[in-house]
Design a protein around this ligand. Structure first.
Ligand SMILES: [Zn+2]
Ligand SMILES: [Zn+2]
Ligand SMILES: [Zn+2]
Length: 296
């Protein structure tokens, strides 16, 4: 990471992903110590979730036999799972859903498909960050935040995933306790899916190893919506899509609780400093406290 001093005396790191993402993820800050504090905690950028030994991530899904772009109705992926994307974005119909996670899991063409990894419209989140993003010191009082500083984001567009270490639930509990003892923030996202009579649980911890998604703040009236997507593995990706058009430099946010509905217990962030940390989103729909996973 190389640092440069800009004329307005802010520091900027041009790309904290070091070329891992298709588009640069810049980081802008006022004081060197802000960056040093961050680097002590967040020490590795990854563009996909990393799994610990023992967590399977082998290719699992069958692929299609399409030659090029999966436009044909015969596409095996289309007939098995349906297509979720239109014009390189999420079909807006899915953004209207009120209880998204139990019902919708997005499937993309995968490494078993013979279609073109570039031309196939059923491959979107697998390409990573889809536009230049910037991490900055948010003036909402929530520390770092993320914005698109070069262009607007249109409704349905994929922005980035929430990537980090995939950890087991007992590991998540341990980390939760350690962070609490050290009085550190914690970013573990617990995703729960109801599959028949079971709950499938995925815990993502981007505290030390993660991507730009780690820096996106919670809002009770967010402009991004999380969807679970599956590509090569049973382990889902937590993909963030624009719920509406988003202005240039508008701070990005998602509802850690899944948002769409008050009873939705499918996504909950564990936040450490107090068990119910105050929400600072400032929206008229604010629920006053950040979501907290009672089961940890
Ligand atoms: Zn296909
Ligand atoms: Zn396919
Ligand atoms: Zn395809």
């Amino acid at each position: 990471m190389t640092e440069k001093i800009k004329e307005n005396r802010k520091f900027i790191i041009e790309d904290i992903s070091n070329g891992l993402e298709r588009f640069p993820v810049s980081l802008i800050y006022d004081e060197i110590k802000e960056f040093e504090e961050l680097r002590n905690i967040f020490y590795k950028y990854v563009n996909n979730c990393v799994t610990l030994p023992g967590t399977t991530s082998d290719s699992y899904y069958d692929g299609c036999d399409c030659k090029d772009d999966c436009e044909s109705e015969d596409c095996g992926c289309k007939s098995t799972h349906g297509f979720f994307y239109v014009s390189r974005g999420l079909n807006p119909a899915f953004l209207q859903s009120t209880s998204i996670l139990p019902n919708i899991s997005v499937y993309e063409c995968n490494s078993n498909c013979s279609c073109s990894s570039v031309k196939c419209p059923n491959r979107l989140t697998q390409h990573g960050v889809s536009l230049p993003l910037q991490i900055f010191k948010s003036n909402s009082g929530c520390g770092w935040g993320v914005r698109s500083h070069t262009r607007k984001i249109r409704k349905g567009e994929f922005v980035c995933e929430y990537a980090g270490e995939i950890i087991k639930t007992d590991g998540a509990k341990r980390r939760w306790i350690t962070a609490k003892e050290k009085n550190e923030d914690n970013y573990i996202l617990c995703l729960k899916e109801h599959v028949k009579d079971r709950i499938l649980r995925t815990n993502i911890d981007p505290t030390h190893i993660g991507n730009v998604g780690r820096f996106i703040n919670h809002s009770c009236d967010s402009n991004l919506q999380i969807f679970l997507t599956r590509i090569n593995s049973l382990i889902p990706t937590a993909a963030l899509f624009a719920k509406r058009d988003i202005e240039i430099n508008e701070e990005l946010s998602f509802d850690y609780a899944g948002g769409m509905n008050d009873n939705n217990d499918n996504i909950q962030e564990i936040n450490i400093n107090t068990e119910r940390k105050k929400c600072l989103c400032g929206s008229q729909y604010c629920k006053k406290f950040l979501p907290f996973d009672q089961s940890l």
